[in-house]
Design a binder for this molecule. Structure first.
Ligand SMILES: *[C@@H]1O[C@H](CO)[C@@H](O)[C@H](O)[C@H]1NC(C)=O
Ligand SMILES: *[C@@H]1O[C@H](CO)[C@@H](O)[C@H](O)[C@H]1NC(C)=O
Ligand SMILES: *[C@@H]1O[C@H](CO)[C@@H](O)[C@H](O)[C@H]1NC(C)=O
Ligand SMILES: *[C@@H]1O[C@H](CO)[C@@H](O)[C@H](O)[C@H]1NC(C)=O
Ligand SMILES: *[C@@H]1O[C@H](CO)[C@@H](O)[C@H](O)[C@H]1NC(C)=O
Length: 347
């Protein structure tokens, strides 16, 4: 268990190191909106009035092979200076760093090569959804997320002209869950209240402005010990769900064995009503942050890097020790993979 004191130290460490975070080139390759994939075979919303307030209808669903249609591989230098080499789609396929079955999409890091310390970093993958979204709800059913010392996996959203189009980090943590949180990074004039948000998690820093507080972002730490890293994987993973409305951003998590997961989250559905999902673990509100103004259209991103400005600086022995570890211990990354059963977006 993390004591309050070590928690404060970790937060302070993130603050101290985040100063080095460069701008996040999150939309380098996000093309202009593409024709969307055909609507899924789900029943249309109930007739007689169409979609009700607070309801979202199915617009995108990715399972197995069709991940390759809806997402681009992003093969550029890591903006967070991780010990990583992001590969393109063809390289990922030929090295089996990505593979699919009818109900799984796997992305992994190279776990067999010893690296030349002067050469490129460990091969890995980072993907971006071709489409961007404004108000929507999304569900991702994850069986396994990358684990291992030095890993920094993330599932997040990002807009143009960072940070002005907004950044919404949904799952992010380092080194197997020393810290795991959801957070926002925005342009100026966006803060979150300390009290009064109806959520299960705990607020950390409250200023979302990427130029303030060394770009820590305004975070909420998950209340669930099974929402990240080895604990998450041992439990068989679970579901993360998000809602972006005009005025709020919310995140929910249910572990695999959790009987309270709503049916419309557990399985793909024609439409969803997040107001029926219970208390989110993270809530971000517009009280002193105009969310519709601070967030433009955002694409989804799933990445896996090593060391870098966060995982490296919190690694035992620091960044150099982290890089050495990544260079010399390929087998330590055999569990550094994502296995995703399904992702659905509702608009
Ligand atoms: C990975 O995701 C996080 C979002 O939490 C982002 O801050 C970071 O820049 C990303 N790193 C890489 C290397 O893509
Ligand atoms: C590729 O990776 C998948 C998923 O990890 C695995 O099931 C499959 O056996 C691998 N294929 C080869 C040819 O190694
Ligand atoms: C996530 O962070 C919280 C607070 O720091 C901690 O209590 C919890 O155990 C962490 N979860 C995991 C999976 O490490
Ligand atoms: C932020 O707020 C200050 C003070 O209210 C105002 O002067 C400034 O124009 C605002 N900036 C933006 C980008 O909204
Ligand atoms: C929030 O920003 C939007 C878009 O710029 C604007 O239309 C709206 O009036 C703003 N809301 C408030 C409460 O300032």
């Amino acid at each position: 268990m993390l004591t309050l004191k070590s928690f404060v130290i970790i937060v302070a460490a993130i603050g101290a190191t985040a100063a080095k975070k460069p701008k996040r080139a999150c939309t380098t390759t996000t093309p202009t909106p593409q024709p969307t994939s055909p609507p899924s075979q789900n029943p249309p919303p109930p007739s007689g009035g169409g979609q009700a307030a607070g309801e979202y209808g199915s617009s995108e669903e990715w399972v197995g092979d069709n991940w390759f249609k809806g997402w681009d591989f992003w093969a550029y230098p890591d903006p967070t200076r991780g010990r990583v080499n992001y590969v393109d789609h063809d390289t990922a396929l030929s090295q089996n760093l990505t593979s699919t079955t009818s109900d799984s999409f796997v992305m992994r890091a190279d776990s067999w090569s010893v690296l030349d310390p002067n050469g490129p970093g460990r091969n890995s993958v980072r993907i971006h959804s071709k489409r961007s979204f404004t108000t929507h709800a999304a569900v991702i059913d994850v069986r396994h997320m990358p684990q291992g010392s030095g890993t920094w996996p993330a599932y997040w959203m990002c807009g143009d002209n960072w940070p002005h189009g907004g950044e919404f980090d949904i799952i992010e943590g380092v080194n197997d869950g020393e810290m795991n949180l959801s957070s926002l990074h925005t342009g100026p004039n966006c803060t979150q209240p300390k009290q009064g948000r109806d959520m299960k998690g705990s607020a950390t820093q409250l200023n979302c402005d990427a130029k303030a507080e060394d770009n820590q972002g305004c975070g909420v730490v998950s209340d669930s010990p099974k929402s990240f890293g080895p604990n998450f994987n041992q439990a068989g993973g679970g579901w993360f769900a998000t809602e972006r409305s005009e005025n709020t951003l919310k995140v929910w998590f249910w572990g695999r064995g959790d009987s309270s997961v709503p049916d419309e989250v557990r399985s793909s559905s024609g439409f969803v009503s997040p107001s029926t999902w219970g208390t989110p673990y993270a809530v971000f509100v517009s009280d002193s942050c105009n969310i519709s103004q601070k967030f433009g259209p955002n694409a989804f991103i799933i990445n896996l890097t090593f060391c870098g400005v966060w995982a490296g600086n919190t690694f035992d022995g620091g960044k150099d020790a982290c890089n050495d570890f990544v260079n010399n211990n390929p087998s330590a990354f055999s569990d550094a993979f994502w296995d995703i059963a399904r992702m659905s977006v509702y608009e």
